[in-house]
Design a protein around this ligand. Sequence first.
Ligand code: NDP
Length: 247
Amino acid sequence: MDRMKGKVCVVTGGARGIGRSIVEKFSEENAEMVFALDMNKDTLDELDKQTPQNVRTFVLDVTKREEIKIFVEKVKEEFGRIDVLVNNAGITKDALLQKMQEEDWDVVIDVNLKGVFNMTQFVSNLMLENGKGSIVNISSIVGERGNIGQTNYAATKGGVISMTYTWAKELARKGANIRVNAVAPGFIKTPMTEKIPEKVLENIVSKVTLKRMGESEEVANAVLFLASDEASYVTGHVLDVNGGTVL
Ligand code: NDP
């Protein structure tokens, strides 16, 4: 399949979970190059051993603006462009409001919200120079509806949706063809959700119309659609991939 043919793609948090599925999907769809960025060198090294020629791993922390600047300059030098950015890196530090530590609030905001801002600011400069691009932000059902114990996470994922709407408007000015969309997954089987206690998961699944958790690949399929030219008239959209979850 050739749905990403000729495209230079960047996926943050690409070493495992949903990010890794997105990297694999873009690679299978014959992207020119997929950069899998992650701060976890060990999982990136594992990915490196299995990756086809059109995937390259890169250690990068989305909270470090200097690292992002250097990365984008390198890609610009070699390829002259970035066609697709997927802002996928994200973390959780859950606690009820009364028990949430200030540092847990700060770090989640820094990675999930400011990290998306950091990446998009640098990458969109290059997209604007080329007059085109597609950005897909990974939000969450929690950003749309809230969730007990996730004040910090819900704030970031709601923020990602408002940034998506804002950038869809800002980045399409002056003739630029830059589309910005978001995917809001429900509960997906990844290392992130392995931490959730069995009882809580059972309760979650009981509220899913399809009565199961989602797979990373099912999120990657939605991201692929929005990132590709098949979605050429879709921008400022939030696509739910949640099996019909009623929280
Ligand atoms: P995982 O925890 O499995 O993977 C996230 C990856 O991002 C890890 O490799 C992690 O590295 C990396 N990462 C963390 N912080 C940074 C950083 N500062 N810079 C670069 N990379 C970083 O998560 P999922 O695959 O489950 O989630 C991916 C995205 O999807 C997240 O944004 C999450 O919020 C969102 N999402 C997930 C859902 C789910 O049910 N799984 C539901 C809804 C949304 P390390 O191993 O070092 O932490």
